[in-house]
Design a protein around this ligand. Structure first.
Ligand code: SF4
Ligand code: SF4
Length: 159
C-alpha cells in the first residue's frame, strides 16, 4: 500500500522515483500493489484526470484508493478510471456541494500548514491547527504542507 501521486506529495525519506522503483521491485516479487493518497488528500482533485492516469498507466500498480463520500463521487471517479477522460458534465460533483478544509483531530500542531497559508486562515489553538473558514480561499497550500495528510478537502453537501 504505497503512498504515491504524480507530484510526490507526502513522500518522506525519498523521492517519487524511489517509490516507483520500490513498487517495481515489490511487483517483481509478486506483491499486490494498492496505491494510496492518489489525490494527495484532495489537493490534486482539480487535476484528477492526470492524477488517476498516472496511476492507471503504471503497470506495476494493481489498484488504487480514493476517499469518496457520495454516490456522485463514486460515479465520477469510476468514469474517469474506466474511460481515461472526464465526464461531459465536469461540474457534476460541485453542483450541490462546496469544498471546505477539514483538519483531523490528531493534528500534532507542527505549524507547517499555518506557515504555508497565504491568507492567514489558520491559527494554532490548544496545540492544534484551526481553520478560520471566512478567510480561506481554498487554495490548498496547507493540504500539501501537512506531510501526514491531517488536512483534507471535504465536499460538504448544501441543503
Ligand atoms: S501541518 Fe498537519 S500536523 Fe502540522 S499543524 Fe498543520 S495539520 Fe497539524
Ligand atoms: S486552503 Fe489556502 S487559504 Fe485555506 S487554509 Fe489552506 S492555505 Fe489557507
Amino acid at each position: 500500500m504505497p503512498l504515491i501521486n504524480y507530484k510526490g506529495i507526502g513522500i518522506k525519506d525519498g523521492s517519487l522515483n524511489d517509490v516507483e522503483n520500490a513498487i517495481e521491485k515489490a511487483k517483481r516479487n509478486n506483491k499486490g500493489i494498492y496505491a494510496m493518497k492518489v489525490l494527495a488528500g484532495g489537493y490534486l482533485v482539480e487535476d484528477i484526470l492526470r492524477s488517476i492516469s498516472y496511476i492507471t498507466n503504471n503497470k506495476n500498480i494493481d489498484s488504487l484508493a480514493i476517499g469518496m463520500d457520495s454516490l456522485e463521487e463514486i460515479d465520477f471517479n469510476s468514469y474517469v478510471v474506466e474511460n481515461s477522460k472526464l465526464p461531459v458534465d465536469k461540474n457534476a460533483l460541485s453542483k450541490n456541494s462546496k469544498r471546505v478544509i477539514h483538519i483531523e483531530p490528531w493534528c500534532e500542531g507542527c505549524k507547517n500548514c499555518i506557515r504555508a497559508c497565504p491568507q492567514e486562515a489558520l491559527v494554532l489553538e490548544y496545540g492544534q491547527a484551526k481553520i478560520i473558514h471566512e478567510k480561506c480561499v481554498r487554495c490548498g497550500y496547507c493540504v500539501s504542507a501537512c506531510e501526514d495528510f491531517f488536512i483534507k478537502f471535504l465536499n460538504i453537501r448544501e441543503q
